[in-house]
Design a protein. Sequence first.
Length: 75
Amino acid sequence: MRRFNDLASLTEREKTIARYVASGLGNGQIGQLLSVQTNTITNRLRIIADKLEVPEGYSSRVWVARVVWEADQNA
């Protein structure tokens, strides 16, 4: 079974975005909370997905939520 990469490779801002994604917020909502444009969140999610090594064919939002969940379970 594939091991999920943890959040250690993310910056604090990326961790914040990842936690918002895991809570079910959309890019626009996250952008409003962080006072940035939706495109900024979309771009950050691509970076987060790269750092967390989201496999081809998987939803990056679901993968990020899973990584956050796993990190919380191991905390």
